[in-house]
Design a binder for this molecule. Sequence first.
Ligand code: SAM
Length: 217
Amino acid sequence: MSINDESRNKMVSYLEKFGYIKSEHVKEAFLKVDRSNFIPGNLKEEAYRDTPLSIGSGQTISAPSMIALMLEVSELKFGLKILEIGTGSGYNAALIAEICGDQNIVTIERIPEVYQFGRENLKKAGYNVKVVLGDGTKGYLEDAPYDRIIVTAAAPQVPQSWKDQLKEDGMIIAPVGMERYYQELLVVKKKNDTTFDIKKHGGCVFVPLVGEDGWKE
Ligand code: SAM
């Protein structure tokens, strides 16, 4: 077993012990995907610390505990159709691909350099995930409707396009709030075109979702 594998096993034990990982499929995904493949060279040694890390252009790969929490509340299973907004490093997309299948996820990123970085990382790690360059505040109509829209940047509110691009019983999982350094993790479940159930899953801090229906640059 390599030092990397050992560190990954330790991180997964920690995430389980503190209740971030609850289900077998999320655990399996975390054991399988090597986070160091999604981190720039100078920070690779930090890969298995439970902390966000810089990926350039002022953006971050989220902390493993935050990702685990979001994946658990997303109630994922193989075959669900997923839109991830905020590709970043591609790590979360790889975890989702492990659970739902790489043909079932599309991920969108707005910064060209970050888009290249995430796309390359996913490709090198062997994931055939569709990565799109664009403004995710509009969702991504081409592959809609989705079972889940998983947002990894902080939205001031939930845009109507996300609600419209969701299937019935589908869920939006997103950090939402009007403050720069505090959001609430929301799960918004679509009952029908006009009725949505909203559940709050605690405070969090994400980089801003910038775009037409998000924060302005
Ligand atoms: N999921 C990522 C990972 O696994 O590394 C972490 C994402 S990082 C916390 C948030 C990302 O959202 C950044 O790369 C940022 O450029 C991107 N972003 C911000 N606004 C966006 C938008 N309107 N559409 C798409 N991506 C956006």
